[in-house]
Design a binder for this molecule. Structure first.
Ligand SMILES: *Cc1c(COP(=O)(O)O)cnc(C)c1O
Length: 383
């Protein structure tokens, strides 16, 4: 298969070979730590499973294929993947990151890597002028997350890539919220794509797994070295589950997007709702960027109910029956969250409210159920 596959075929066949031993159509779960050698060094390409494992390799090839990249790496979690990216840097290096950031990434940056001499600057990337005051000779990495969580801001990846063109600065994109179906940052010029594959890629809320995809050979060799040297790899079973999830990514994403669009429009017309955050609305501040850089608007949205406070929002999420109240996102089942008391509770209220994250905000990860049942559930919970 030399010709580049279309996305909806790459999810199923991309980078895959049939099993050479028995012709198994699905990649077997090679639950082994080591491999027999006929003479010292005489092996079939696999020596020890921290370094390489055939099931993980099948997943890594699939990841590269669906992200239009050359090299894929799978890790034990999304955070382990981010950890590997930061290990490319040296004390004194500076990182510019989106301020509306996944809480776990923020914690890893501030509580672990700051102590190793890295310096992080957090800015709103909606306005490129904000880079002027923070970018300097020590800047080595720009960390982008788009759409942002939970305010659904859209950041222009291509514009940021152009801004640092020719400089010794890497651009990395956390592509978890969009998934490879909706957005392909490498094709927009980014150097590194990261996924919490725990979410849309695996898609069934049954595995924790992280991924990095790159195009540059030298950079990929360094990431491969870090993956093996630090050892935060995923096991064969988790690799298998993620690979299986990826095979239906395109059909799941189509339904996630369709259902989220229907719900966003339903909420927008509901007189009890104050505001809906979803990049598909024409009056969303970054709608045009979303339209050009994304294939669709995704399965995530947030909303605020009129007159609701902290407790009223909690009551609404507690009344939901089909939407499960839980952390995480991207599974086939719908989830609801209350950021002010859950994912973003550690951020002070005044800080939260600066970006619009009020106490009444509710975040939905819209699943692939029949959308009529989801709307009925919201209707009864909002009251
Ligand atoms: C969940 C998540 C992560 C962390 O991934 P884990 O697999 O939980 O380690 C990073 N970024 C985003 C946007 C996430 O949603």
């Amino acid at each position: 298969m030399k010709k580049k596959l279309h996305f909806n075929s790459a999810t199923i066949h991309g980078g895959q070979e049939h099993d050479k031993a028995y012709g198994a159509v699905m990649p077997p779960i090679y639950q082994t730590s080591t491999y027999a050698q006929s003479t010292p060094g005489g092996h079939k390409g696999f020596e020890y499973s921290r370094t390489h494992n055939p099931t993980r390799l099948a997943l890594e090839r699939s990841l590269a294929s669906i992200e239009s990249g050359k090299y894929g790496f799978a890790f034990s979690s999304g955070l382990a993947a981010i950890d590997a990216v930061l290990k490319l840097l040296r004390p004194g290096d500076e990182i510019i990151s989106t301020n509306d950031l996944y809480g776990g990434s923020y914690r890893l940056f501030r509580k672990i890597f700051e102590d190793y001499g890295l310096k992080f600057q957090f800015i709103s990337m909606n306005n490129l002028d904000n880079f002027n005051s923070v970018i300097n000779k020590k800047t080595k990495l720009i960390w982008i997350e788009t759409p942002t969580n939970p305010m659904m801001n859209i950041i222009d990846i291509k514009a940021i890539v152009s801004l640092v063109k020719g400089e010794d600065i890497l651009v990395a994109v956390d592509n978890t919220f969009a998934s490879s179906y909706i957005q392909q940052p490498l094709t927009l010029g980014a150097d590194i794509v990261m996924h919490s594959a725990t979410k849309y890629l695996a898609g069934h809320s049954d595995v924790i797994l992280g991924a990095l995809i790159l195009n540059n050979k030298e950079l990929a060799e360094r990431i491969g070295f870090i993956q093996n040297a630090s050892g935060a790899i995923c096991g064969p079973m988790d690799s298998f589950l993620t690979l299986r999830g990826i095979k239906t990514l395109h059909v799941r994403m189509q339904r996630h997007c369709e259902n989220a669009a229907t719900i966003a429009n339903y909420l927008n017309k509901n007189s009890k709702i104050e505001k809906v955050y979803w990049p598909g609305f024409e009056n969303h501040p970054n709608h045009l960027v979303a339209k050009t850089q994304m294939k669709d608007f995704g399965g995530m949205l947030s909303f605020v109910t009129k007159g609701a406070d902290y407790n009223a929002a909690i009551k609404i999420v507690e009344r939901l029956k089909i939407f499960t109240l839980a952390e995480s996102l991207g599974g086939v089942e719908s989830l609801a969250g209350h950021p002010a008391s859950m994912t973003h509770a550690s951020i002070p209220k005044e800080e939260r409210e600066k970006s619009g994250l009020v106490d009444a905000l509710i975040r939905l990860s819209v699943g692939i159920e029949d959308v009529r049942d989801l709307i009925n559930d919201l209707e009864q919970a909002i009251g």
